[in-house]
Design a protein around this ligand. Structure first.
Ligand code: R5P
Length: 218
C-alpha cells in the first residue's frame, strides 16, 4: 500500500472519535488533510472545528465546515493531527509543516489527542527527523547557540515564516532519549516559542496505517 493510502486509512479510523454536536480540533499536514476531506462527509453532524493553521482553516472552509476560534469554544473534546515521528510511548515530533505552535495549543486544550500517521513514522527513538523549533526572529542566533550546547545542529528553514510571523530552526543530529526532559529544557530558552516535541502532552491514541490495516497504540 502507498504511504498516502495508509495516511488516508488512519484518517478514516479517526472518525469514530468524533461525536455528534462536537467542536473538534483539527491539525495540519497531508494526513490531517485526508481527515478534513473525510470530515466533510459528516459536517452536518458536528458543530464545527478549531484549526491549527491558516492552511487547515482554508481547507475546512472550502468544505463548508464551520471554523471556530479557540477563545470562543473553551476546551475541546478531541484533537486529530498527524506527526513526523512517533514512538510506542506516544511521544511525537511535529512541526514538519511549521504549524507546531498552534498545534501544541490546540492539543493542550483538548481532552483527547488522536494522532494519525502511516507506519513509516513509528520509531524507537525520536530524532532522526530534524526537530523543529519556532523562534522569534531576533533570537535566531542566540537560540541556535543554545541548541549547539545541547549537541544539536540547528539549520534555519530557508524562506519560511510561520503563521505567527516567526522562523523555524530544524535541529539535526539529536538522539532524544528523554523527550519529556528535553521538551522542558528547550521550553526554557528565551526566544524559543515552541519546540516540536509533544511528550509532556503526548498523543492519547496513535492510529497507524499499515499494509494490513490500521494499528491502534494507546
Ligand atoms: O507542522 C506540521 C505538522 O506537525 C504535521 O502534523 C506533521 O508535519 C506531519 O505532516 P504529514 O501528515 O504531512 O506527514
Amino acid at each position: 500500500m502507498k504511504p498516502d493510502d495508509k495516511k488516508k486509512a488512519a484518517a478514516e479510523a479517526a472518525l469514530v472519535y468524533v461525536e455528534s454536536g462536537w467542536v473538534i480540533g483539527v491539525g495540519t499536514g497531508s494526513t490531517a488533510n485526508h481527515f478534513i476531506d473525510l470530515l466533510a462527509r459528516i459536517k452536518n453532524r458536528i458543530e464545527g472545528a478549531v484549526a491549527s493553521s491558516r492552511a487547515t482553516e482554508e481547507r475546512l472552509r472550502k468544505h463548508g465546515i464551520n471554523v471556530l476560534d479557540l477563545n470562543a469554544t473553551g476546551n475541546l473534546p478531541v484533537y486529530v493531527d498527524g506527526a513526523d515521528e512517533a514512538t510506542r510511548h506516544l511521544h511525537l515530533i511535529k512541526g514538519g509543516g511549521g504549524a507546531l505552535t498552534r498545534e501544541k495549543i490546540v492539543a493542550a486544550a483538548s481532552a483527547k489527542f488522536v494522532c494519525i500517521a502511516d507506519d513509516s513514522k513509528l520509531v524507537d527513538v525520536l530524532g532522526r527527523f530534524p526537530l523543529p523549533i519556532e523562534v522569534i526572529p531576533m533570537a535566531r542566533s542566540y537560540v541556535g547557540r543554545r541548541i549547539v550546547a545541547h549537541g544539536g545542529e540547528p539549520q534555519l528553514r530557508a524562506g519560511f515564516t510561520t503563521d505567527n510571523g516567526n522562523l523555524i530552526l530544524d535541529v539535526h543530529n539529536l538522539e532524544i532519549l528523554n523527550p519529556v526532559e528535553l521538551e522542558g529544557e528547550l521550553d526554557h530558552i528565551a526566544g524559543a516559542v515552541t519546540n516540536g516535541l509533544f511528550a509532556r502532552r503526548p498523543a492519547d491514541v496513535l492510529l497507524l496505517g499499515t499494509d494490513s490495516g490500521v494499528d491502534k497504540i494507546e
